[in-house]
Write a protein that binds this ligand. Structure first.
Ligand SMILES: N[C@@H](CCC(=O)N[C@@H](CS)C(=O)NCC(=O)O)C(=O)O
Length: 205
C-alpha cells in the first residue's frame, strides 16, 4: 500500500494521477502547506525538504517500508514498481527521462515563479516579465515537440503526467493555450482520461 502525503498543487497532483493511472491502492494524507503542516516534525521525518509530495511504500524493496520525496523520483519509482508508463527500450526510456528532467528543471520551477510573482500583491514588473517570458519560451518548446508527437516522448508516459498539472495552471501564469494549439490538443486529450480526472481531485477536501 502506498501512503501519499500531498496537497492540491501541481507537484502533488503528479503523484495522485500516477497512482490512479496504475490503479495502485493508496491512502491520502493531506499536508496543508498553507497552514504549515510541511514544517511539522512528523512530516519533516518523511520529507526533510518540507515540500509535498512524498510517499511511503509500506511494501517497498525487500518487503520493507520505503520513504521517498521529490515528485520526479516518485513517478520513476512507481513506474519501475509497476512496469508501466516508462518504456524499457533504452532510447525511449531516456526520451521520457529527458522530458521528465525538462519538467523538473524548467517547467515546474519557472511556471511556479511566474505564478508566484503574478499573485504577489506588491507587483514586481521585472520579475513578472522575466518568468512570463521564460514560461512562454517553455510553452514554445512543448508546442514544437507536440507538433510531431501525440505525447511528449511519443507514447503517454510519466513525462506527460509530470507536465500536465503545471499546464493546468496556465491561467495563473497568464498563458493562453489557444496560442499553443498542439499543447492545447495534448492538454485536452490528457484532461479527458478518467484516471487523470480522479487524480486531479486529490486530496478531497
Ligand atoms: N522539486 C519538488 C518540489 C515540490 C514543491 O515545490 N512542492 C510545493 C507545492 S507544489 C510545496 O510543498 N511547497 C511548500 C513549501 O515550500 O513550504 C518536487 O517536485 O517534489
Amino acid at each position: 500500500m502506498i501512503q501519499l502525503y500531498t496537497w492540491g498543487t501541481p507537484n502533488g497532483k503528479k503523484a495522485s494521477i500516477m497512482l490512479e493511472e496504475l490503479g495502485m491502492p493508496y491512502e491520502v494524507h493531506p499536508i496543508n502547506i498553507g497552514q504549515g503542516d510541511q514544517f511539522k516534525p512528523e512530516y519533516l521525518a518523511i520529507n526533510p525538504n518540507n515540500k509535498i509530495p512524498s510517499i511511503i511504500d509500506t511494501d517497498g524493496p525487500g518487503g520493507k517500508p520505503f520513504t521517498l520525496f521529490e515528485s520526479g523520483a516518485i513517478l520513476m519509482y512507481l513506474a519501475e514498481k509497476s512496469g508501466k508508463l516508462w518504456p524499457a527500450d533504452l532510447r525511449q526510456r531516456y526520451t521520457v527521462m529527458q522530458w521528465l528532467m525538462f519538467q523538473m528543471g524548467g517547467v515546474g520551477p519557472m511556471f511556479g515563479q511566474a505564478n508566484y510573482f503574478y499573485r504577489l500583491e506588491e507587483k514586481i514588473p521585472y520579475a513578472i516579465e522575466r518568468y512570463h517570458k521564460e514560461a512562454l519560451r517553455l510553452y514554445g518548446v512543448l508546442e514544437k515537440a507536440l507538433s510531431h508527437n501525440e505525447f511528449l516522448a511519443g507514447e503517454y508516459s510519466i513525462a506527460d503526467i509530470a507536465t500536465y498539472p503545471w499546464v493546468w495552471r496556465h491561467e495563473m501564469h497568464h498563458v493562453g493555450l489557444e496560442d499553443f494549439p498542439h499543447v492545447k490538443r495534448w492538454y485536452d486529450n490528457i484532461s479527458a482520461r478518467p484516471a487523470v480526472k480522479r487524480g486531479m481531485e486529490i486530496p478531497k477536501r
